[in-house]
Design a protein around this ligand. Sequence first.
Ligand SMILES: Cc1cc2nc3c(=O)[nH]c(=O)nc-3n(C[C@H](O)[C@H](O)[C@H](O)COP(=O)(O)OP(=O)(O)OC[C@H]3O[C@@H](n4cnc5c(N)ncnc54)[C@H](O)[C@@H]3O)c2cc1C
Ligand code: SF4
Length: 500
Amino acid sequence: MALVSHLAFSETDVEADADVIVVGSGAGGASIAVHLARAGVRVLVIEAGAWRAGSDLPSSAYGSMRDLLDNWASNLTMGRAGWPIVQARTVGGTTVINSAICVRTPADVFARWQAETGVGGGLADRVWAHQDALERELSVQEVPAGAFGRSNTLATEAATALGWHDHAMRRYVAGCAGSGQCIQGCRALRKQSVDVVFLPEVRARSGVVWSNAPVDRVVFERGRAVGVRGRFRDPTGRRGGRFVARAPRVVVAASATHGPALLRRSGLRGAVGTGFRAHPGSGVIGLYDDPVDMNTGATQGWASMVMRDTPGLKLETLALPLDMLASRFPGFGAAWVRQIAQYRYAAHWVHAVRAESVGRVWSGPFGQPVVWYGLDKADMVRMRDGVYAVARLHVAAGARAVMPGVAGVPGVIDRDSVGILADGPLDPRAYTGILSHLFGGAPMGADPRASACGEDGAVHGVEGLFVADASMIPSNLGVNPQHTIMALARCVGDGILARA
Ligand SMILES: Cc1cc2nc3c(=O)[nH]c(=O)nc-3n(C[C@H](O)[C@H](O)[C@H](O)COP(=O)(O)OP(=O)(O)OC[C@H]3O[C@@H](n4cnc5c(N)ncnc54)[C@H](O)[C@@H]3O)c2cc1C
Ligand code: SF4
């Protein structure tokens, strides 16, 4: 193969070799790739999605679904709820479309892992040391005052009044311009997503990135992983040549859904596909007398963790573009048009449930991940509590009404009547939920019968195969996951370097 650092697509068949193959270029994949490349390892990153330059990024929600989201965000959980699983399929993975919120792994998470899975002893210090470095490398900082915007200001003031304001949000963003476009990708390149920072460094250090290259199978010989194979496919669905890549070490970092699905497609069983978890969430729109203009200011600029332990929630602001939020306005025809005309006066804030419910992942007939996941009653009570908490926050901020997006209660609720949400339904179908923080599917643990890999990411019983993404996380976190995923991936990288 010719020595190129980026192969976007190939009409003809391609073969290559490397020291380490990394499947997936998101939070986990890019973080381990750059870590290994810095140590002189020849890394080949193979990514299913396309590489988008800043100027290529879409400006609408429709464009984001078309160009950046996995399957137009139409992957739904199987089970009663049928909620969408939102992930990216692009070079840089979900970091390209996320809000770049940076939260360190809380100490109680490691204690839980150790108690429940037998891993985690000593992991905390290594994870936190990597998080120190990641914060420097990704320019972690608070949202600048000039980019805060009114939605974030209203939430901060209301939370302070309620006693819910506990920290200033920090993000992987170098000088946020407050364009409210994080979900469409940051055209201003202020967001320090891994496609902007780590993958160019991988290439500069003689690493190679393939895009439009979905891996179909891990290849094994005599019980050890020796490479991967697949076929180039661009975002229009055009199929190119087949590829085979060989390396003595293969790292699967294709996310908590695609990673376990790939491993199962490749013939692995046992605990592979088990332990899938999430932080399902939903949003409440507040309607204000004066314009909020949530599309100006940081997409997410305020958050609270005061309810992380009880009842198990995280609260955040989340600005959405009109074409994404429009479906959340109630009514039909002319009445609906009158509702969406209120967009300038609306603020959209969300909650994420620290859910304990557990699901499964397997590979569907066309290779797509199939995720069985539903919320038990305790989690549905948390979901209902979250909607009510966000509604109360809006009321404290001065909203005249809220739109909770819950079937069975009025579409628009006057500020004096939000108490009805405390007795809202407990049927998941009644809520407009989504899954964006995902965990497990190839969970780490000491017992090979109950876990897929060890804390070093090494898949039990298979030489040369590692997991380094959200799928190795064996519990919920109760905080935004990117920082934990990146640091764990670097710990997996340390193990690979130590074995080399
Ligand atoms: C809208 C949104 C906002 C979010 N905001 C935040 C936030 O502010 N802070 C935070 O901490 N977290 C946030 N998250 C979550 C965070 O982005 C993810 O937890 C994290 O990116 C997951 O990392 P990962 O490496 O497991 O997977 P990903 O980052 O999703 O990367 C997986 C990559 O693997 C590729 N892939 C899949 N299958 C294959 C295959 N067969 N072959 C090759 N490549 C493949 C995918 O295309 C993708 O690029 C957000 C998520 C969403 C959806
Ligand atoms: S709010 Fe705008 S400028 Fe700030 S990180 Fe997001 S997309 Fe970039």
